[in-house]
Design a protein around this ligand. Structure first.
Ligand code: PRT
Ligand code: ZN
Length: 286
């Protein structure tokens, strides 16, 4: 097989570091010198195109790239026909409506007949239509948050993460209309050879993601409480139990999701668990 897949990633911006880290954690090596627009991996059949995020959905839909990593906000706004293969859990943000902080806000009908500046006219107009609100949408490509203070619009619809940009510009968030995270997208017509490579990549991404959301737990417990402890941390198949040098005690090793660990920690301690260690997992294949 000598097929190779092409993946479009953001050249520089809020998506690029996490996109490239994910690829690296999948064991895929490549050279990413500054200013490079293309690069080929030395140990996996994949080629990288470094692009502006706005262009990624279109390049993937047209088949210039087979795969792409892009924010859902950009994907839905561009309205291109591609498959979403995987939600990647980074670059999380929301698209929100905001107004000057001195204005009184009751509900979405505040925007009836008003003007709103945004770089996301499609998502915004779909939302307003759904809510039966008619507003005038001004499409602008950047610095949306200054629109009300220069008299361009009465409200804005923009990406919010911490909210500090809105605050610094005297605005308040009044509706969150769309939640977004980075997603892996693919062209809809990949041939069998390319699909096989995509499956290999997805297998690695899944292993990295499972590893991140799970922890390896080691603890010591008196033998009489082992049944209780095993029921609290059942692990993948079942925990490993090893005898300690100290009579009547065992070491229990298991895998647990981080959330579950915090939920179960008190019960583990009540059951007699001590010397609890929680260790990160790099990759996890079930
Ligand atoms: O040059 P290129 O076109 O590739 O990049 P870009 O400038 O269009 O996008 P970029 O790199 O800013 O963001 C890429 C993607 O990251 C977005 O499409 C979102 O999916 C996601 N993302 C996550 C964000 C943010 N968080 C974010 N905070 N995109 C933009 N912002 C902006 C926000 O609009 C605000 O102006 O960052 C500013 C700070 O946000 P606060 O709320 O934390 O103050
Ligand atoms: Zn962009």
């Amino acid at each position: 097989m000598n097929s190779i897949i092409r993946i479009a990633v953001q050249k520089s911006g809020r998506l690029s570091d996490d996109s490239l880290s994910l690829i690296k954690e999948c064991g895929i090596k490549f050279y990413n010198g500054t200013g490079k627009l293309k690069s080929t991996s030395t140990n996996f059949p994949i080629e990288f195109l470094f692009l502006r995020d706005d262009d990624i959905p279109g390049y993937v839909a047209d088949g210039v790239a087979d795969l792409g990593i892009v924010g859902e906000n950009e994907l839905v706004e561009k309205d291109k026909d591609v498959n979403v293969l995987k939600r990647l859990g980074f670059s999380k943000c929301r698209l929100s409506l905001a107004i000057p902080k001195g204005e009184e806000y009751t509900n979405i009908h505040f925007f009836q007949g008003k003007s709103i500046a945004t770089s996301y006219p499609k998502i915004l107009s779909d939302y307003l239509e759904n809510q039966n609100v008619h507003a005038e949408i001004h499409e602008i490509s950047g610095s949306v948050e200054i629109a009300p203070s220069i008299g361009l619009a009465e409200g804005i619809c923009d990406i919010v993460s911490s909210g500090s940009t809105l605050m610094m510009n005297g605005l308040k968030e009044v509706e969150s209309i769309f939640k977004s995270e980075a997603v892996l997208i693919s062209n809809k017509k990949l041939d069998a050879e390319k699909l096989e490579i995509v499956d290999k990549l997805l297998f690695r991404i899944n292993a990295v993601q499972k590893g991140k959301s799970n922890k390896y737990v080691l603890l010591n417990a008196p033998n009489h409480s082992l049944d209780k402890i095993i029921s609290l941390i059942p692990g993948m198949k079942s925990p490993t139990i090893l005898p300690l040098a100290k009579e009547g005690w065992s070491s229990v090793h298991s895998v647990i999701s981080e959330d579950q660990f915090w939920e179960n920690i008190e019960e583990l301690r009540e059951a007699g668990a001590e010397g609890i260690l929680v260790v990160p997992i790099e990759k996890m294949v079930i």
